[in-house]
Design a protein around this ligand. Structure first.
Ligand SMILES: Nc1ncnc2c1ncn2[C@@H]1O[C@H](COP(=O)(O)OP(=O)(O)OP(=O)(O)O)[C@@H](O)[C@H]1O
Ligand SMILES: [Mg+2]
Length: 463
């Protein structure tokens, strides 16, 4: 743990020196300032954990400096050093938010316990603030939209499973159907909700690191293992471990996970001791594990073990009643994020949304709403900002195509150049937005702008 820093503000060199000696005995780091001005500068630079402030300073009154400290860092504990018997200063100091005061000559035993208490109170405050913040961000069931009969059934099942003692749950469904979201819901509806929810995406971590990420390692297990390290399984003890994209685990790790699921114990890499944990595992995949197990890519026994309690989320196209409520939920979400005031979708957009197949499911819908909301200026989302494949007829580019052809017979490159200019105009010169409109990357856009020698005046000055 890092040493806590104590800033000593006193103009007497000797006092600073002796305090420094004491602080280092108590395993604290000392910073020194001889006047108010340098104290404030040093505090800004070093962010001390505690300040000891003499009431008498050459450039300003200690109690005034105290006020400034409190204004800048309200939670920073400050201990005032007062001359013996000067009660007035002490009273003012306490009123202005000092943690405590200590009289000269300093009683070091008393000082030590005052500092200890002050630091403990401060870190407790910090911890409470941290948990409050975390709570604010906590999961809320209103984040899950369930309108269709099918999703209501899924949710019923999720609630039952969450409150059961089932220790292994398998989330199934195409990409973007909400497996992550419902896994979080399960954790937050379970008795484990106050313990950790640990997520590991098996496909995102290189194979050689995944094992030690999951199981941890002992000191000396391999060259870089200078210290023992706990794995995610150990960190999730008492809580929930979400193993995303489980189908991508290699056969070696599949065997290790299976053993863990069966015994609730594991060994750290390089370790001999069995460690027991009590946690719930939620695994997720958008692959057909049964097929994978027939192909020899996934262990059959692991598949059976995981498949005891499956939750299947149907694709969005099979529960069309969810499409509009989901879109409206996403509008609400992005209104807050983008500080916008969009009310709903135009009728035509609703029609297009209901007709579309949504191969990327809720995620694709969310992205489509996000993109439209970036550009939409009216209270209702109109079809013109929808992705092209959703809306062939009225996309802004193709709508303008009549203008393009009215210019005479344009070649394909000329058409492309026109399209780039239209997008840049629409995005008011913002390349990221223009690239989004064109559904190409920003790099591609930049490349094309260079290729066609498009200049700022092409899209800024023309109507
Ligand atoms: N029923 C729902 N209500 C609200 N938001 C949803 C719902 N279903 C999905 N979403 C949102 O859609 C996005 C995709 O969902 P999620 O990440 O849970 O999908 P997934 O099934 O885990 O996809 P993948 O297989 O690609 O990992 C997320 O932003 C999620 O919040
Ligand atoms: Mg996911």
């Amino acid at each position: 743990m890092r040493k806590k820093k104590v800033l000593i503000v006193d103009d007497e060199k000797l006092i600073r020196w002796s305090l420094r000696q004491k602080l280092s005995e108590w395993n604290l780091e000392a910073l020194e300032a001889e006047n108010g001005k340098s104290a404030l500068c040093l505090a800004k630079e070093e962010m001390p954990d505690l300040v000891m402030l003499d009431v008498k300073l050459p450039d300003k009154k200690g109690t005034d400096l105290l006020k400034e400290f409190k204004k800048n860092w309200p939670d920073l504990p400050i201990i005032m050093i007062t001359a013996f018997g000067v009660i007035d200063d002490a009273v003012t100091a306490m009123r202005r938010g000092a943690y405590d005061f200590i009289a000269k000559p300093i009683d070091y035993t008393k000082l030590q316990s005052t500092i200890k208490n002050a630091l403990e109170t401060a870190s407790l405050k910090e911890e409470i603030a941290y948990y409050k913040e975390k709570e604010k961000k906590a999961f809320n069931m209103s984040q899950v939209v369930v309108s269709s009969e099918a999703m209501q059934q899924v949710l019923e099942m999720v609630k039952k499973i969450a409150q059961s003692e089932a220790s292994i749950i398998l989330m199934l469904g195409e990409s973007g159907t909400g497996k992550d979201l419902l896994a979080q819901a399960i954790h937050h509806l379970s008795r484990r909700k106050n313990a950790s929810y640990v997520v590991i995406n098996c496909s995102a971590i290189p194979e050689n690191l995944l094992e030690s990420e999951l199981f941890g390692y002992e000191k000396g297990a391999f060259t870089d293992a200078k210290q023992q390290k706990k794995g995610l399984i150990e960190l999730a003890d008492e809580g929930t471990l979400f193993l995303d994209e489980i189908s991508t685990l290699n056969l070696h790790l599949q065997a290790k996970i299976l053993r863990f699921l069966e015994t609730h114990t594991f060994k750290r890499v390089g370790g001999l001791k069995d460690i027991e944990v009590d946690l719930r595992v939620i695994a997720a995949t958008n692959q057909d594990l049964e097929v994978a197990s027939q192909d020899g890519k996934f262990r059959k026994d692991l598949f059976y073990r995981l498949n005891v309690c499956p939750v299947y989320i149907p694709p969005l196209r099979e529960r069309k009643e969810d499409i509009i409520p989901l879109a409206q939920y996403f509008i609400h979400h992005y209104n807050q994020k983008f500080r916008k005031n969009i009310n709903d979708l135009q009728k035509e957009v609703k029609r297009l949304f209901l007709k579309y197949e949504w191969p990327g499911n809720a995620r694709e819908l969310k992205n489509a709403v996000e993109r439209a909301m970036i550009f939409e200026e009216d209270p209702l989302i109109s079809p013109k900002y929808l992705p092209i494949h959703l809306n062939r007829k009225s996309s802004i580019f193709l709508k303008r195509s009549s203008d393009v052809f009215s210019d005479g017979n344009l070649s394909l490159p000329e058409f492309e150049k026109k399209l780039l200019i239209i997008a840049m105009k629409k995005a008011k010169g913002n390349k990221t937005q223009a690239a989004m409109l064109l559904q190409i990357t920003r790099d591609t856009l930049r490349y094309k702008i260079k290729k066609f020698k498009i200049k700022p005046e092409d899209f800024i000055f023309s109507a």
